[in-house]
Design a protein around this ligand. Structure first.
Ligand SMILES: [Zn+2]
Length: 531
């Protein structure tokens, strides 16, 4: 390596082949090829003294936000190297390769503003993080979105295009349906044994009163079987996966298109999006529903390492091991007894009351806490940008279906045949789905905005009034308790005799100790492990 090389500016290259471009004639197709883009990108790098450290590629469509793996990985690269990273630029043949929807565009602009990216190099323009360049880039993104709207977007999304799939999801096995018929002509029918269980899973989960664990327990106890293995499900993850299957609403995705299927739906779009909302909430413990058991998922079984889950026996809340893993799974004798919730409450209250925060400690904590919450806040900011992109997409779909319905309704009465009716019903289903999806994103955005604003206030108040928190802790709602415990403590384990845990950083400063705390179990908790 010579001196000139070391002085080069390190960048990432992004190449994207879009399926739309292939339909737009020879010239466009050639420009679209990855090889061609690679040549162009090399030329830009040469011209600007850039060193390409890595290439990221996508060959899927860029219309749907957040479906581009290469693009996402590239952003992840910037996120992970943080502000200290040496790679600060992107090189790409044209800016519309980079972002073809508002979600992607929003991210890039955000990264530019934030300083994670400094410069974007394209064949005819270089965008820096100056305000005017950011504005130019935003306008360019909006323009390229606009031009793709005008061309392939419309032609691709015609109703007739969908008809050829016969309204059956291609080669799919999904619990609740049977996939029957000859090869190539298979269709979905309702599986009378499993369908009611699936329906009930959605209905229960939508209430927000159940965890995925509890839905998993329900599915297993009702004997829900996988259509492939014919066995009951053995992981929470697969049950979570089922709760995300849009196919249950009668709508499925085919080659990136939404299609209204010709098979009976098991649930409504409304119910589906409620479930998605609850699911996304479980990613943030702070947003969990009121009726959650306060410590579900926070306390682990000390014997098998599995999660302990809340349950009520004779009016008293306990946590129990779910016996999913060895040795608890097959060794009844080794299972720990139930852990009484009041035991955790009392000990935490006592602990909080004992805490003395000196001015010195408080001042030490402040930067930690504000860092921690800056992090939290930017997570919410990213999430809001992402949700806004998705909202735009849902709104776009809704507008499209409305327009199509308007057109189809103008067909004169006497020309309306069976196909017309089918198209109309299909479009109405898709419109309802887009409507529900849009409403869900709106709710999620306002929730995230709210949380973003309240999180730091909550914590500063907490630090200032830590003693008050202690005395109020016992009467706090389950979700508040959970929030406090989840913020302060980690690694709760119950082995049937003692409860152990540790302070989360930086809160160990509160007691000047890193030590694990242990408490003896209460003597009157004599519930049988299998009770
Ligand atoms: Zn266990």
């Amino acid at each position: 390596m010579n001196n000139a090389d070391t002085k080069k500016i390190k960048v990432l290259a992004y190449l994207r082949k879009s399926t739309e471009d292939n339909k737009e004639g020879e010239a466009r197709r050639q420009k679209n090829s990855i090889e061609y883009q690679r040549e162009v990108v090399k030329e830009i790098a040469e011209r600007n003294n850039l060193e390409i450290v890595r290439y990221f590629e996508d060959s899927k469509t860029g219309y749907k936000a957040f479906q581009r793996e290469g693009f996402d990985k590239m952003l992840e690269f910037f996120r992970e190297q943080k502000h200290e990273g040496v790679v600060k630029g992107i090189v790409c043949s044209e800016h519309n390769r980079l972002a073809r929807n508002f979600g992607d565009g929003g991210f890039l602009l955000w990264y530019l503003q934030d300083g994670l990216i400094n410069t974007i190099y394209t064949y005819d323009k270089i965008f820096t993080n100056s305000a005017s360049d950011q504005m130019m880039l935003a306008i360019n993104f909006a323009m390229s979105k606009h031009s793709s709207d005008e061309t392939s977007w419309r032609t691709k999304r015609t109703w007739s295009h969908r008809a050829h799939t016969e309204g059956q999801p291609p080669n799919q096995h999904l619990a609740g349906y049977k996939y029957t018929g000859e090869k190539g002509k298979r269709f979905w029918t309702v599986d009378k044994k499993n369908a009611p269980i699936v329906k009930e899973m959605f209905e229960r989960f939508a209430t927000g009163e159940y965890t995925v664990s509890e839905i998993f327990d329900y599915a297993v106890s009702e004997g829900l079987t996988s259509p492939k293995s014919k066995k009951t499900y053995d992981s929470e993850k697969s049950i979570r996966g089922l709760l995300k299957k849009k196919e249950y609403t009668g709508i499925f995705m085919y080659e990136g298109e939404e299609i209204k299927g010709k098979y009976p739906p098991l649930i409504s779009s409304e119910l589906f999006y409620k479930v998605q909302e609850v699911l996304s909430g479980t990613a943030h413990p702070k947003t969990q529903g009121k009726n959650e058991y306060a410590y579900t998922g926070l306390v682990k079984c000390g014997v098998c390492g599995g999660n302990m889950s809340g349950t009520i026996r004779k009016g008293i809340t306990y946590y129990r091991c779910l016996h999913r893993y060895e040795p608890c799974k097959s060794n009844k004798g080794q299972r720990p007894s139930y852990l009484r919730e009041t035991l955790i409450d009392e000990e935490i209250t006592e602990l909080l009351l004992k805490i003395q925060v000196s001015d010195k400690q408080f001042n030490k904590l402040i930067p930690y806490v504000s860092d921690f919450f800056e992090d939290e806040k930017s997570k919410y900011r990213y999430e809001i940008i992402q949700l806004k992109g998705k909202l735009t997409e849902a709104q776009r779909n809704l507008d499209f279906y409305n327009k199509e319905l308007f057109t189809i309704k103008r067909v004169p009465e006497k020309e309306r045949d069976k196909d017309w009716l089918m198209d109309k019903e299909g479009l109405e289903g898709l419109r309802e789905n887009a409507h529900q999806e849009k409403e869900m994103y709106e709710r999620q955005i306002s929730k995230a905005e709210n949380l973003k604003d309240t999180v730091p206030t909550l914590m500063f108040n907490f630090l200032k009034g830590i003693k008050i928190v202690g005395s109020r802790f016992k009467t706090a709602s389950p979700s508040n308790k959970r929030q406090i415990v989840d913020t302060l403590c980690a690694n709760f384990k119950w082995n049937g005799k003692e409860l152990s845990w540790e302070w989360k950083k930086p809160y160990h400063l509160l007691t000047n100790s890193n030590e694990k705390r242990r408490w003896l179990r209460d003597q009157d908790s004599n519930l049988e492990p299998n009770g």
